[in-house]
Design a protein around this ligand. Structure first.
Ligand SMILES: [Zn+2]
Length: 208
């Protein structure tokens, strides 16, 4: 699946969901005490599976584990507090794989910038909620901060059992975080929300 993650990041780049070095993804199999995360500062158009970082979970702490020679010289994504918090909690209790994708899709970010709470677009576009549950926005928080991570957990309603109530959450002035059991499934939540945000913004009618 690391190969597939590389594919979705190339696609995300082509769709203007990120610039070259933006975006990050992690993946964990529920029965393993480690997960894989994209490295920091690598161009996503050329991302390779052997560049991923292997992160071992020790309760509330993590360590960087040896994986490949190439990944040795790389650092894990700066958004590791977000990925670690989710992968640590969700992985213990889910029955399958968990993939967390963070990107900066143009229309989702534009909609939040225009004052739209992404959780409300479902009111006018019910088709969206058939497959994707959208959390209320996270407000202004610094990138790569614990605060960003904590706010995302709160809005996704991450509980003590590792369950979340939503599939995707928007972070104002920044991007989105989507979660599912495969890279493409997480990607589709982003695609669906991005499409609706594009329609809402094109209409010029968003109630302000
Ligand atoms: Zn970001």
């Amino acid at each position: 699946m690391l190969e597939t993650i590389c594919d979705i990041m190339v696609d995300a780049y082509k769709r203007n969901w990120i610039t070259s070095r933006d975006g990050n993804v992690s993946i964990r199999h529920h029965d393993r005490d480690h997960f894989y995360i994209t490295p920091s500062g690598v161009r996503k158009q050329t991302l390779q599976p052997d560049q991923f970082k292997k992160i071992k979970i020790h309760g509330l702490l993590w360590t960087d584990e040896p994986y490949t020679d190439i990944s040795k010289s790389l650092r894990p994504s700066g958004e590791i507090p977000l990925h670690f918090g989710l992968q640590r909690a969700m992985g213990q209790h889910s029955t399958d794989v968990r993939v967390v994708v963070h990107v900066h899709p143009t229309y989702c970010v534009a909609a939040m910038h225009a004052g739209i709470d992404l959780s409300t677009v479902v009111d006018s576009f019910p088709e969206l909620s058939r497959y994707t549950k959208v959390a209320p926005n996270v407000g202004d928080v610094p990138p790569i901060s614990q605060e960003l991570a904590d706010q995302c957990f709160e809005k996704l309603k991450l509980d003590d059992y590792g369950n979340i109530a939503y599939d995707i959450v928007g972070i104002k002035g920044h991007g989105v975080v989507a979660i599912d059991s495969s890279p493409w499934r997480a990607y589709e939540h982003i695609e669906r929300l991005e499409h609706i945000c594009k329609i809402v913004l094109a209409s010029g009618n968003y109630g302000h």
